[in-house]
Design a binder for this molecule. Structure first.
Ligand code: 13P
Ligand code: SF4
Length: 305
């Protein structure tokens, strides 16, 4: 089938199966083009609840599909590309957190949404990169364990001086590669541009940023800027911005490093198969684990208001 034929088949299948397509901004432009909803992890986690369709096809990584299932258990949720996972989400197991909690019962455990459902089930509050500072400031506890991303954790710690934040040793293998030299090189190459960076990058590089924020914050920042912007996050965001604003200039920082292989796994064929129940990964959660993780996500929604 040609690309046009697959896109046509997707439109027909969506109607037949009462399906909706959600896509993280890091997805390939082909997927962004056919998605019904695009956004960052916070926007996607809330989107499905408000949609009427019974079948939700998530173009992203597993924790995003699981978050939809946690909040909308009555829906059939399918991860379009089987096995697409966030490398950071797999870096920490629940037993390590349970051990910490036993030894530190008064510490509030804050989990980045880039975690497994089993891990969320043993944590207290979830955050996304766009909501982390607001939520951590709003939590009553002074003592907080922030897991798993040490870079986002350090960024939050700097923004929340009243809190005693203990960091874990996890990181995103994609963003963690960015160095201060990468930023200096990009600034030298494009001196007219400002630099927008994702807080999953290391602190030594973030120090040189003009703006630090999650995917949605970077997109909003770019909308408000008349100058060109160097984008220091997964290259899907720069592709997205260039697609939506062809008259503006966006430059990708360290293009060879900022590619998340799991986010790029989804193809149009995967999406069609997932709608039709012939491919992808159907999300199944036990009620016990789902409800455990839901407490953590409900707290995220409560504290981010
Ligand atoms: P956002 O919260 O900005 O969508 O980030 C998700 C992610 O995986 C970052 O690498
Ligand atoms: Fe996970 Fe990093 Fe990929 Fe985001 S870019 S999904 S944090 S591995």
């Amino acid at each position: 089938m040609t690309k046009t034929e697959i896109v046509e088949q997707i439109k027909i299948a969506k109607k037949e199966k009462n399906a909706v397509i959600l896509a993280h901004t890091y997805q390939n432009p082909d997927i962004i083009d056919i998605a019904d909803v695009t956004g960052d992890s916070y926007a996607l986690s809330l989107a499905a609840e408000k949609l009427g369709e019974k079948r939700v096809v998530m173009c992203g990584v597993r924790f995003m599909a699981e978050t939809v299932k946690i909040l909308s258990p009555e829906k059939d949720v399918v991860l379009a590309s089987e096995g697409a996972t966030c490398a950071m989400a797999e870096q920490i197991t629940p037993d390590r957190v349970l051990k910490f909690k036993k030894e530190n019962p008064d510490v509030c455990v804050v989990a980045y949404i880039n975690t497994t459902t089993a891990l969320k089930a043993v944590c207290d509050v979830c955050v996304t990169s766009s909501t982390a500072v607001k939520i951590v400031n709003a939590i009553e506890n002074k003592d907080i364990l922030f897991i798993p991303d040490k870079n986002l954790g350090a960024h939050v710690k700097a923004q929340c001086p009243d809190k005693n934040i203990i960091l874990w040793d996890g990181y995103c293998p994609v963003h963690n590669q960015i160095t201060a030299q990468d930023v200096i090189d990009a600034k030298n190459q494009y001196p007219e541009a400002t630099v927008a960076m994702h807080p999953e990058c290391p602190a030594e590089a973030l120090k040189l940023a003009d703006m630090i924020g999650a995917t949605s914050n970077i997109i909003d920042y770019c909308k408000s800027c008349s100058n060109p912007v160097i984008i220091a996050t997964e290259r899907g965001v720069c592709d997205y911005l260039s697609l939506k604003n062809p008259d503006k200039k966006y430059y990708q920082l360290a293009a060879d490093k900022l590619v998340c292989p799991d986010m790029k796994m989804t193809s149009l064929e995967d999406v069609l198969a997932a709608i039709n129940g012939e491919g992808g990964e159907e999300i199944v959660l036990t009620e016990e684990v789902r409800l455990g993780a839901k407490g953590c996500i409900d707290n995220m929604i409560k504290y981010s208001k």
